[in-house]
Design a protein around this ligand. Structure first.
Ligand code: NAD
Length: 475
């Protein structure tokens, strides 16, 4: 289980190992992919009383007051808002945990009839009875019997919906990035704190065993002083273009104005609806989608939250298909603890993805793209100038789990259960989950800084005191 890294002058790495043919699974697969309206005002008792599955386990039906700590026997009643591609994943994950964590999806909500009906049919199969299926999230939030909501709408709506949900007394699992408009993200974060809600932000790798083991290893100080972190995740293809739903959706089957959320009105645009990641006003693209995961991991491993400054560059160089957001993107951050972070993604070439934490004593490599479980620690010993063969003297080992003898895989799908399970546990214990709203706010700030730097062409700074992105270094 040892491998030898050859460092190229170009800064890339070649990994000589027999088994590195495994294809990295990059996440956010675009393809992973009832209007039987019940009375949205129906209370918990009526809902449960009218639909308890015959012969099924008797479900606790006491109405929950939201200040209350859920007991081990209370069933957690969930509502799910925005159930498209990622929403389908979350629906699957919650369903897998329904017995172990005593949860039930009692309400599904999507503006689009097709996804709403699909989600309701799915939940009926999993839970043995039909959930309420509602078009508008306001009707979900008005339901006293819904304890907590999952939010998997497009990212321009994450913070606004999170704020509405916690103001309505709901706990929430919100997809990443937690927000992409600074004032909205702040307002949501403040509302979570004020209402003392339990919020998990959807960077699920924080709850997976290998990143957790690697995180703990870094905390031992094994790397020595870290001066640089690099994250490079590539993919070959016109990412985020070509969603099949674009041809399927009709305006009369959704509520376009509601979809726009806080954005100015414009005529119905099915491409914007499902390919929102390509359009600047709704998403930053690579930062919101991928860098949010990458920078969240850097923040977590390095125990530093907000970059001091950021620059960014890139453009549409590979896919001239009308996209506004870059398909080739690179950002550099300086962090207050004193290290540089480089994040880079190319959609025009699938050269091997990696991350590396570069310390004076050792380098921690994460071999593969987002969420890859394969971590290798390589000793730092001397330098190439004094000894061109120095690599041979660098001891290395993989980060493995107790009792494991195989090399960890180089990819993971988006369906790991740990993050949702951790949130469910925290709903009962009222402890903070693995990715708190403050962590989500921090990764969102880094994404917004990179985006601002990219579009303005300027270096930007984080003014921590005033929580603002500014053009010159704060005093
Ligand atoms: N954690 C991960 O690994 C991961 C993976 C993929 C996507 N994501 C995140 O998931 C989010 C959603 O991506 P997607 O590909 O599933 O999008 P999608 O377009 O497939 O699904 C979004 C759904 O939300 C519905 N919707 C939009 N606004 C709504 C509103 N106000 N009320 C109710 N329903 C509403 C839409 O009708 C649609 O069905 C993205 O922000 C992305 O960052 C996270």
């Amino acid at each position: 289980m040892t491998g030898v890294f050859t460092f190229l002058r170009s800064g890339g790495i070649v990994v000589r190992m027999n088994d590195l043919k495994t294809k990295t699974t990059m996440n956010e697969k675009m393809d992973s992919t009832m209007d039987k309206k019940m009375d949205s005002k129906m209370d918990r008792r009526t809902f449960l009383g009218s639909t308890v599955a015959a012969g099924g386990a008797l479900l606790a039906s006491t109405a929950l007051s939201y200040g209350k700590i859920l007991g081990a026997n209370d069933r957690i009643s969930l509502g799910h808002i925005g159930i498209g591609s990622r929403g389908g994943d979350l629906e699957f994950i919650a369903g897998k945990l329904k017995d172990s964590h005593r949860v039930e999806m009692t309400t599904v909500c999507d503006l689009w009839k097709v996804n709403r009906e699909k989600a309701a049919a799915g939940a009926t199969k999993v839970y043995g009875r039909a959930p309420r299926a509602l078009q508008h999230l306001e009707d979900v939030l008005a339901l006293d019997d819904v304890d907590a909501v999952l939010i998997s709408t497009p990212e321009h709506a994450h913070s606004p919906i999170l704020k509405m949900a916690v103001d309505a007394g709901k706990d929430a699992y919100v997809e990443k990035p937690m927000g992409n408009v600074l004032a909205e993200a702040k307002a949501a974060r403040d509302a979570v704190r004020k209402n003392k809600r339990i919020v998990q932000v959807g960077t699920q790798h924080r709850s997976e065993p290998y990143p957790r083991a690697a995180h703990d290893l870094v905390q031992t100080g094994v790397l020595g002083d870290v001066s640089k972190v690099e994250v490079e995740w590539n993919y070959h293809g016109p990412r985020w273009r070509g969603r099949s739903e674009v041809k399927q959706i009709r305006e009369e089957d959704t509520d376009w104005r509601k979809w726009l959320m806080n954005k100015p009105y414009r005529p119905f645009d099915p491409q914007l609806y499902f390919e929102f990641r390509l359009y600047r006003e709704f998403s930053s693209g690579i930062p919101d989608q991928w860098m949010s995961h990458g920078i969240d991991q850097v923040n977590w491993f390095m125990e530093d939250s907000f970059p001091r400054s950021a620059v960014a560059h890139g453009g549409v160089f590979a896919w001239h298909d009308g996209r506004e957001n870059a398909d080739t993107f690179e950002a550099l951050f300086e962090y207050p603890k004193g290290f540089l972070v480089r994040y880079a993604t190319s959609f025009g070439n699938d050269a091997p993805s990696f991350s590396r934490f570069m310390g004076k004593k050792a380098t921690l490599f994460n071999i593969g793209g987002e969420g890859s479980p394969r971590y290798q620690l390589v000793e730092e010993k001397g330098n190439h100038e004094d000894d061109s063969d120095v690599d041979k003297q660098r001891a290395s080992r993989y980060v493995t789990l107790p009792g494991e003898t195989k090399l960890p895989p180089m990819g993971i799908d988006d369906l790991s259960l740990g993050h949702m399970a951790n949130w469910f546990e925290c709903l009962r214990s009222r402890q903070q989950p693995h990715c708190t709203v403050d962590d989500g706010f921090a990764h969102s700030v880094a994404c917004m800084m990179a985006t601002e730097a990219y579009w303005s062409g300027r270096k930007v700074y984080w003014d921590a005191k005033n929580e603002a992105i500014v053009d010159s270094a704060p005093a």
